[in-house]
Design a protein around this ligand. Structure first.
Ligand SMILES: *Cc1c(COP(=O)(O)O)cnc(C)c1O
Length: 391
C-alpha cells in the first residue's frame, strides 16, 4: 500500500496508519482549488454588494492599497489625498513615488472630512483625476461620510479609491452606490479574521485607467492587472500561484460567520460597542473623554479617548494591561502616544463584556495615577447604552 508521509512516498506495512504521526488542524492542508477561490471572491462581492470585479489579495491590506495606487497613479496624474489619520500619510508617499502631483487635504484627526472640503479642493485643482480616502480610521477613531464625498468625486470625474479596511463589517459600506472605483478591505478588523488576507473591488473605469498606465506593476506581486488578465479574463480557471490556504480558509470562515449572524447584527454590535465605550468613558470622569468630538464622526470599529491633562496615555494603558492583559487597549501611534488611548472593540471584542472590562481597567489605571474615576457609574452607563441597541 502506498501512503504519503511527511516528505516522501514510502511503502507502508499492512495496517500502518497513513495519517501523519502528529496531525495538526493548520498543517498538511490540501491545495485550495480555483473553484473554491472563485467562490470566496463571490462571497466577498456579496458582502460589499458590488457588481464589480473582486480580486482577493493574499497579503495584509497594505498590499492592495499599494497595488491600487501604483497601478492607477502615474507621472501626469494629479491626486487628491485626503488625510484623516496615518494611512493617508502612507498613501501620499506612494502617490509621489508613482510620479503623481499630490494635493494633500488634511483635517484635524478629531474630526471627519466633509464633502464640502473635498469639493473645494477639487474645484481649486481641476486637474485632479484620482482621490484617495480612508473610510473609517481605526488609528484615530473617526469615520468619513463616503456617500456624500463620492457624489462630489463622481461629479468631478476623478477615480475614487477607498480604504475600507476598518469599516467593512462595522458600518455600512456600499462601494457601487457611492461611486467607489477601488474599494479595499481587510479581514483583520470587524470581520474578525487574520491580517494576511485582503481584497479589492475594481470598477471597469479603474481597469481602463490601469491598463493605460505603462508604469502599472506587471509580473509583480503588486500587480492587479496580472489578476485581471490571467485570472478574471481567463474565466477564473487558473490561479497565478499556490493560494495561501490558511488565509483563504479563514476568510471563508469570516464570511460564513457574518452571513450566519447577519451583517446588520455584526454592524449593530460594533455600533453598540462604540456608543457604550464613548458614554462609559465620559461617565468615568476624571477628564477622560472621546477624542473624536462629534459622536456621528466616531467610527464604530474603535473608540479613541483623550487622556486627562497631566497623565500619559502609554502609562495608563500599561497600568490597565498589567491588571488584565487581554484588554484591547493601545496607546495612540507616534505623536499621539501621550494623549490618546484606543479601545479596539472590533471583531471578537465587540461585546459588552469587553467594553465593561476595558472601562474597569481604565478606571483602575486612572485611580492608580491619582485621578478620580467613577467606575460604577461608567459601567452602569455603558450597560444602559448597550441595551438601547438591542431591539
Ligand atoms: C488596520 C488598517 C489597515 C491595515 O493596516 P495595519 O497597519 O495592518 O493595521 C489599513 N487601513 C486602515 C484604515 C486600517 O484601519
Amino acid at each position: 500500500m502506498l501512503g504519503r508521509s511527511t516528505h516522501y512516498w514510502v511503502i507502508l506495512e499492512k495496517g500502518t496508519p497513513v495519517t501523519h504521526p502528529h496531525p495538526h488542524p493548520l498543517l498538511d492542508l490540501p491545495p485550495l482549488t480555483a473553484a473554491r477561490f472563485a467562490a470566496i471572491e463571490r462571497r466577498v462581492a456579496a458582502l460589499l454588494g458590488t457588481r464589480q470585479d473582486v480580486v482577493i489579495t493574499q497579503g495584509e491590506a497594505l498590499l492592495p492599497l499599494e497595488g491600487c495606487i501604483r497601478s492607477a497613479a502615474r507621472p501626469g496624474s494629479t491626486a487628491l489625498n485626503v488625510i484623516t489619520g496615518p494611512y493617508g500619510q502612507t498613501f501620499g508617499g506612494w502617490l509621489r513615488d508613482a510620479g503623481a502631483e499630490v494635493v494633500d487635504l488634511e483635517v484635524p484627526y478629531h474630526t471627519a472630512v466633509t464633502a464640502e472640503q473635498v469639493g473645494r479642493a477639487l474645484a481649486g485643482h481641476p486637474a485632479i483625476d484620482f482621490v484617495s480616502l480612508v473610510h473609517a480610521e481605526a488609528a484615530t477613531g473617526n469615520t468619513n461620510p463616503v456617500a456624500e464625498i463620492g457624489e462630489v468625486v463622481r461629479g468631478h470625474g476623478a477615480l475614487f479609491m477607498l480604504d475600507a479596511v476598518a469599516s467593512v463589517g462595522a458600518e455600512p459600506l456600499l462601494p457601487d452606490e457611492w461611486g467607489v472605483d477601488l474599494c479595499v478591505i481587510g479581514a483583520q478588523k470587524a470581520m474578525g479574521g487574520p491580517a494576511g488576507v485582503s481584497a479589492v473591488s475594481v470598477s471597469a473605469r479603474a481597469w481602463e485607467r490601469m491598463a493605460a498606465n505603462p508604469a502599472a506593476p506587471r509580473r509583480s506581486y503588486l500587480s492587479l492587472l496580472d489578476w485581471k488578465e490571467r485570472w478574471i479574463d481567463g474565466g477564473r480557471k487558473a490561479l497565478l500561484h499556490a493560494p495561501a490556504q490558511l488565509e483563504m480558509l479563514a476568510l471563508e470562515a469570516c464570511l460564513a460567520r457574518i452571513e450566519e449572524d447577519g451583517a446588520e447584527t455584526v454592524m449593530r454590535r460594533h455600533r453598540a460597542a462604540a456608543a457604550a465605550t464613548r458614554a462609559g468613558a465620559l461617565a468615568l470622569g476624571g477628564g477622560l473623554g472621546p477624542y473624536v468630538r462629534e459622536a456621528r464622526e466616531a467610527a464604530p470599529v474603535a473608540t479613541t479617548l483623550r487622556t486627562p491633562g497631566g497623565t500619559d496615555a502609554s502609562e495608563l494603558v500599561a497600568a490597565a494591561l498589567t491588571a488584565d492583559g487581554s484588554l484591547p487597549l493601545v496607546a495612540g501611534g507616534g505623536a499621539l502616544a501621550g494623549e490618546m488611548i484606543r479601545v479596539n472593540h472590533y471583531g471578537a471584542d465587540a461585546t459588552p463584556d469587553v467594553v465593561l472590562a476595558s472601562l474597569t481597567g481604565l478606571g483602575r489605571a486612572l485611580r492608580e495615577k491619582g485621578v478620580q474615576a467613577n467606575t460604577e457609574e461608567a459601567l452602569e452607563t455603558a450597560n444602559e447604552t448597550w441595551k438601547s441597541f438591542i431591539s
